[in-house]
Design a protein around this ligand. Structure first.
Ligand code: NAD
Ligand code: UD2
Length: 321
């Protein structure tokens, strides 16, 4: 039986990955400091190490004996990285280097442990030419995006210098059950969905014409699993994880109104510092190299996200995710 390490496995994406690995009979170990993740997100069948990925000794212990590592632990917020620049850098970049270094050292018989890690569409910044491909210029606008790009650069060093096979997945905007609807730092879909269900007004940062490529966590899990299967030789790969479909924030709100059966007021506030105006990914390289493409339509994925707000125990494995 394979045993895997998920850093940040008590979080939104990590806990669904843990469910998928358990469903196929694998062993799962999680390291998480529970700063935003929740113990109740994680199946009791997982081994949980409550600890900080910036602590080398903790990470080294967690890495021992595993067949691979998905590195998802991070402060997953653009706003937070603006407010707490150094703290977020310590986790999002130094923490990533620590995980890569532990993967180098922990491998049996000198073979390093493969690492699949979460990068982000934030590395592109406001790319002039959309859709963004993996060869597009990377001009991050925020500390969060800069630290994700730095993680990619160090993952390349890990592969080339230390023989750690790595695959970086540039997640675009992910939504689904367990994305915390009560955190102001959470994704816009979880925040809007809760407010609409609670019949509260939405706060739109700016004019709402900004656009995103929203992908269901049910699809993201499929990319994560396949990426690990293809992370074997000493190379460093990077792939977009996106749908290739562009949706503005106002359009998103209107689809949610229709799915919820009622509307709420939309109030407009100032645009967020460093906010990207248009984000859209090209899914073709991942489709070709990994053989995975997003299959959940926005509407079907939004229904799943809404269901997750009323049923926190929702487990995606029943959808084959
Ligand atoms: P999340 O906040 O739910 O998960 C992050 C997890 O990491 C949490 O469980 C948190 O407690 C843990 N964590 C944070 N700092 C830690 C530390 N120092 N030590 C140990 N654990 C720590 O967020 P998520 O949306 O599941 O994001 C997972 C990964 O995917 C992150 O790397 C994020 O940057 C990336 N990502 C997310 C999205 C998205 O739309 N959700 C898009 C692009 C990239
Ligand atoms: C960025 C990344 C995403 C992920 C995330 C952190 C891009 C394109 N995406 O997401 O990949 O890494 O950071 O997990 O860089 N908004 C409102 N009202 C609200 C909440 C949000 O108008 O109540 C707007 C917000 O100003 C932005 C859009 O909605 O224009 C999306 O915001 P978000 O916080 O969901 O995600 P984003 O794009 O910053």
């Amino acid at each position: 039986m394979a045993t895997w390490l998920i850093t940040g496995g008590c979080g939104f994406i990590g806990s669904h990955l843990a469910d998928a690995l358990l469903a196929r009979g694998d062993g799962v170990r999680v390291i998480d400091d529970l700063s935003t993740g929740k113990r109740e997100n994680l199946s009791p069948a997982c081994e949980l190490v409550v600890g900080d990925v910036t602590d080398p000794a903790t990470v080294a212990r967690a890495m021992e004996g595993v067949d691979g590592c998905w590195h998802l632990a991070a402060v997953a917020s653009v706003e937070r990285s603006t407010e707490a620049w150094i703290e977020c850098h310590r986790v999002n970049l130094t923490g990533t280097i620590g995980v890569l270094d532990a993967a180098r050292r922990a491998g049996a018989r000198g073979r390093a442990i493969p690492v699949v890690y979460a990068s982000s569409a934030a590395v592109y910044g406001d790319g002039p030419d959309l859709p963004s491909t993996e060869a597009s210029p990377t001009r991050p606008l925020t500390a969060y995006g800069a630290d994700k790009l730095g993680s990619e650069l160090h993952a390349r060093v890990a592969a080339r210098i230390h023989g750690v096979p790595t695959t970086g997945l540039r997640f675009f905007n992910v939504h689904g059950p367990r994305q915390d609807p009560f955190s102001p730092y959470s994704g816009v879909i979880s925040i809007f969905a809760r407010k609409i269900l609670d019949r509260q007004p939405l706060l739109i940062h700016g004019d709402g014409g900004q656009s995103r490529d929203f992908i269901s966590v049910a699809d993201v899990i499929r990319f994560l699993l396949r990426a690990m299967e293809r992370t074997r030789d000493g190379r460093a790969q990077i792939y977009n994880v996106c749908t290739g479909d562009k949706v503005t924030i106002v359009e998103l709100a209107r689809v949610l109104f229709r799915l919820c059966g009622h509307e709420v007021e939309m109030h407009h506030g100032a645009a967020r510092p460093g906010d990207i105006r248009d984000s859209l990914g090209d899914p073709e390289r991942a489709a070709e190299a990994l053989g995975v493409r997003a299959v959940w339509s926005l509407e079907r994925a939004l229904r799943l996200t809404l269901d997750g707000l009323t049923d926190p125990t929702l487990n995606l494995t029943r959808f084959g995710a």
